[in-house]
Design a protein around this ligand. Sequence first.
Ligand SMILES: [Zn+2]
Length: 277
Amino acid sequence: MPTGRTRDKLPEKEETKQEALQEQEEIDEKEIIAVEETGELPKTQKDDINLWQPKTELGRMVKLGEITDINDVFEKSMAIKEAKIVDMLIPNIETDLLMIGQSKGKFGGGQRRVFKQTQKKTNEGNKPKFATYAVVGNRNGIVGIGYGKAKETVPAREKAIRNAKLNLIRIKRGCGSWQCGCRTPHSIPFAVSGRCGSVRIKLMPAPKGTGLRVEKECQKILKMVGVKDVWSRTEGKTTSKINLVKACFLALQKLNQTKIPTAQIEKLGIVDGAVNE
Ligand SMILES: [Zn+2]
């Protein structure tokens, strides 16, 4: 499968230029691996929560301590427009990057990578850009995914994480498996499906101990939201990971868009968002 980069044949006099570019690409590759391996981002002054100056009403309320529970934000259906709101309300939020890219290699590329590389051809040479998808969550009913693209890997990753925090959803968990019926929120209460491009995914409740029987990048999303057991079925071009993770996220969103009769809530052990375990 092509990796999304196009390389036209260059005239001979530009060969040295091409060599220089190749060298640059190798350096980029090393840098990407370095960013993937170091979990921590360098802390800067703008990360300091005490220096945060909220720009929205919700931000001010959170900073003043008028809102201390993320569930209140969802219940009042307020829009989160500042990532710091999430940092304050969910101090234990976790982040991960999804493998949407592919490394360079012969015969259609090699391993899956966190960054998808694209290049723009200009007079000065090829200008690379890096794109990535981040997933954030509290492993307890709240999850978000976000896209980030930049000229360098670190800013792309920061953008993706920030966007993921602004794109949080709260989902309902439960035990919708008739084989299990344990009334605890280890799975999902009913089957949901999502679609993006040609990709369709269906997530189904599974009994305790099943694990996450779903594609690896979707596993990361489900782990982040605290779903432990699920069955799935996918259709379409699932090698296009961006569409796959989007479809998975859309499916999860449906868990909260469906009205559930009160009797079912107890029977299926449904919980909304975070619960104390
Ligand atoms: Zn169960």
